[in-house]
Design a protein around this ligand. Structure first.
Ligand SMILES: *[C@@H]1O[C@H](CO)[C@@H](O)[C@H](O)[C@H]1NC(C)=O
Ligand SMILES: *[C@@H]1O[C@H](CO)[C@@H](O)[C@H](O)[C@H]1NC(C)=O
Length: 401
């Protein structure tokens, strides 16, 4: 926050005083244009047996991405869930203030108080371990600000959901809450030499601005004190596993963190290695991340950008999220229209929204979520029911490979 320009100091002061929790304090301000919403809001999130789970989303982005982050947030929004957004040091203080203001000005976020913006930005280099440090801090903050959530889900600004939250909540309703969805393999291939035997230094861990990592000239041996697993950085982790890595009563997660500080792309290996080397958690591991990607042949560092030509395959993949998208791509509008039933400015439709299609022509608003019902009720689409069957099938195989 030292880089603040004078013009934004006032707004920033608000940000700082709320620390990372921006939206919750606005709950108390009351709702200006309320109808019968107040009663609905007071209807607390129910967390008993048979209720849907709660997801905690960690959404990360950088400078120039506010619009797409807000769009993604609205696309994955459900009043039962928690959301924590982080703009890294590639963003300006003004942008972070603007993001916090945008979140605050959204009536539904304000009413349910479940969206928070990190007041502090971290320098991040995804090649290095600074991105892992930021993710773990996000997880720690989410543990602290909410006792309710069951799973921690990582998303970046170039991701988008391809099912509704009602679908996803329905799919996870019968999943044992201690399972972890982590794409992984112990077959390191070329990565053994290129990643685990090299030593990388990530200046974003100790500099204010995003900086590029560099390799040391020395190399080192592949570890034999634990077995390395690697995979996708996009994970769905149980609350108990997040507690395991954040509190680290067992020493392994901490030791691994120190080792992985100098491993390239450690965010693709840390969770994998921590879970697969832990007797307590190894058998809670499901080798699937429920994401849809398309890789070039041979695969590049990142998956290909998806567009309308990928729509059918993407939908048929039965994944929950897809990446990567170019901001504002036409295919996202299609997802909004056909899957999420999201108006251009509204949040994604769910059973908790009381608006009906019939009302659209009457009110002139296309937003079905202007009035709210019971947030504990969900209604999956047929695709949501299929997703549940698929998830039930993939969780039969547990353990690390
Ligand atoms: C995990 O499950 C496998 C197969 O059921 C079993 O052989 C193994 O002992 C389990 N590991 C732990 C640590 O419980
Ligand atoms: C969609 O992506 C594919 C593969 O990346 C590309 O070949 C194609 O030209 C793209 N189509 C459009 C409409 O942008």
């Amino acid at each position: 926050m030292r880089l603040l320009s004078l013009s934004s100091w006032l707004a920033a002061a608000v940000l700082i005083s709320c620390a990372f929790v921006v939206s919750r304090s606005f709950l108390r301000e009351g709702i200006q244009n309320s109808n019968s919403d107040i009663e609905t809001i007071n209807k607390a999130l129910r967390k008993s047996h048979g209720d849907p789970p709660v997801f905690a989303y960690w959404i990360s982005g950088t400078g120039g991405e506010n619009r797409r982050i807000i769009r993604l947030l609205k696309a994955v929004y459900h009043p039962r869930n928690r959301y924590l957004i982080h703009l890294d040091a590639g963003s300006t203080a003004d942008e972070r203030t603007e993001l916090a203001r945008a979140v605050r000005s959204e009536r539904v976020f304000k009413a349910f108080g479940n969206v928070d913006v990190m007041g502090k930005s971290y320098a991040v280099d995804r090649t290095g371990s600074s991105v892992l440090a930021a993710t773990l801090h996000g997880a720690a903050v989410l543990l602290k600000i909410s006792k309710d959530w069951d799973w921690f889900i990582t998303l970046s600004s170039s991701d988008y959901p391809i099912v509704t939250q009602d679908d996803l909540l329905h799919a996870f309703m019968t999943v044992p809450r201690d399972l972890n969805f982590v794409d992984h393999t112990s077959d390191l291939g070329w990565k053994e030499h290129e990643r685990f035997q090299k030593i990388i230094v990530d200046p974003s861990l100790y500099m204010d601005a995003n900086a590029q990592s560099f390799f040391a000239t020395e190399t080192r041996q592949t570890p034999d004190a634990f077995r390395i697993f690697t995979g996708s950085p996009w994970v769905i982790l149980s609350r108990s596993f997040i507690e395991h890595v954040v509190y680290a009563w067992d020493n392994l997660p901490r030791k691994l963190l120190m080792y992985f500080a100098n491993v390239a792309y450690s965010v693709e290996s840390y969770f994998q290695t921590a879970i697969c080397n832990s007797p307590q958690f190894i058998n809670t591991t499901v080798n699937d991340d429920l994401r849809y990607f398309v890789w070039d042949d041979p695969p590049g560092l990142d998956p290909l950008f998806l567009n309308e030509s990928n729509y059918e395959a993407m939908i048929n993949s039965k994944a929950a999220f897809a990446r990567r998208f170019i901001g504002g791509d036409e295919v996202l509008n299609k997802v909004d229209d056909q899957i999420l039933r999201r108006s251009s400015n509204g949040v994604s439709y769910g059973k908790w929204c009381l608006g009906r299609e019939e009302d659209i022509s009457e009110t002139g608003s296309e937003d079905l979520c202007l009035t709210w019902g019971d947030i504990n009720l969900i209604e999956p689409r047929p695709e949501g029911k299929e997703l549940r069957e698929l998830v039930a099938k993939i969780i039969e195989r547990r353990g690390c490979v």
